[in-house]
Design a protein around this ligand. Sequence first.
Ligand SMILES: [Zn+2]
Length: 183
Amino acid sequence: MSGSSWARRLLGTAVDLSEGESWAQAKSEWRVLYEDDAGGPTETCVCGHEGLRYLNMVGNRITGARLYPVGSSCVERFDDDRIAEEQADARAVRVLRQHAVAGDLDRPHYSRRAIDALHRERVIDAAEHALMRRLFNKGPKAQIPEHDAALLRAVVSRRVMPYLCGAEARIAAERAGEKRGAA
Ligand SMILES: [Zn+2]
C-alpha cells in the first residue's frame, strides 16, 4: 500500500464502510461498478484528490455501501490486481457506452477487453462472444463477409446497444442524484 495520506484516507473510508475491519480483510468486498466521464477535470475524489475527469463508482457487495467518485488513478491505491482489472474493464465499457449514446458505435471502438467484459456481464452469450472476438481479430478496418456483418449488426442492435444505452441512462440518473444530494 502507498503510504500517502490520500491513500490512507481512501482506504480508511472504505474500511469504515466494510464488514472487514482492516483493508486486508475488506478489499475482497469491493467492486468497480462502472466508470463515468465528467467531460473535464472538474471533480474531486472521496480522498480529496482534485481534478478528476474519469469517475469510478465503487461498491461493497456485502454492506451495499458505495464510494463515488473515485478517480481512476485512485483505484490503484486499492492495491489489488482484481480491482485494477475491473477498473480497466469499466473503462473499456465506458468508451463503448459513450459511442453508443452518441450513435456512432462502430467496429473500431471495440477492444478485446470490452468484448470480454460484455460476455462476463452476460450481455452477449458464448456464440455471440466468439463471433465478436473472431471479427475483432480480423482488425477494425478489414472487410468482413456480409453474412458476418449481418450477424454482428443483429448482436449489436439486440444486445449491446440496449445494454449500453440502459447503463448510461442509469448512470445519468445516479449522476443527477449525486448532484442533487450535494446541493
Ligand atoms: Zn482519490
